[in-house]
Design a protein around this ligand. Sequence first.
Ligand code: NAD
Length: 297
Amino acid sequence: NASNVSFIGIGQMGSRMVKNLLKKGQEVKVFDVVPAAASSVPGARVCNSAAEAAKDADIVITMLPTGDDVKHTLTQKQGILEGIPKKSLFIDCSTIEPKMAQELHRISTENGVRYIDAPLSGGVTGAENGTLTFMVGGADGDLKEAEPVLNKMGAKVFKCGDIGAGQIAKLCNNLILGITMIGTCEAMNLGIKLGLDPKVLTNIVNVSTGRSWSSDTYNPVPGIMPNVPSSKGYEGGFSVPLIAKDLYLAQAAALSCGTPLLLGALAHQIYRTLILQGYGDKDFAVVYEYLKGQSKN
Ligand code: NAD
């Protein structure tokens, strides 16, 4: 391990990614604004600020909710820039707006720090199993340096283009995900209401044309699959506000190039409504429970 690695944002994804780094022999310094989250991974060295975590680091990784959170963590007092050595590499793995990625790159460069965007897909299961897919925007040399560390947390690393291109790929992926999850929930709810056994329906869909990650890896109906949020009261996983954020980011990006997102807009409004209905702290598969509650019988 040539690199000193620091990790900021030890939430649903970050905690599992750090566990895999440690498992593969990489020492990690961590920071989270919530102390209980920061100390949730045994073996990681807990720091009291982002600056303290970034001190002496060759690579600093962030896994935070929004672009504003990343910018704040970078530039605030006791933030990353106050600690990170010049020429070190800052890898942002959060899902944020492509334009913000470009702004973070500009700020980093002005401060002598290299930056790439490396959002990822695979959910908490992929994070747990170290099978994430990374989508990287930035310079080839920086990607080459990042790859050994990314490979400890994931199975695939794609170069997408210049700064922000990783975020564009991620927004397109999550546009499909946000829509597909709702479609899967609607179909499962309909089949169950009409009397089908949900396990039989799932087995059919998973070898038929309706199959998707939402049906075969993250089924939204409780009891179909073990260890997914739907079977654990929709706790943990990918929260409704985070998928709503991604669909909002996709809308904003689509507006910037004049492209309509018809189902994307509707899906965005559905997740926003779920937040208003009190599902804001649940995994996004909770759409199934919501639809079930809306049905007669
Ligand atoms: P999360 O809310 O579980 O974790 C975020 C963590 O960041 C929390 O522990 C929070 O305390 C911490 N945090 C917030 N502001 C901070 C700050 N200023 N300094 C330090 N720590 C701070 O979120 P998550 O589900 O792990 O998602 C993180 C990012 O990854 C989001 O952009 C999300 O869209 C994306 N993502 C999530 C999933 C998923 O399945 N959960 C999958 C792919 C991508």
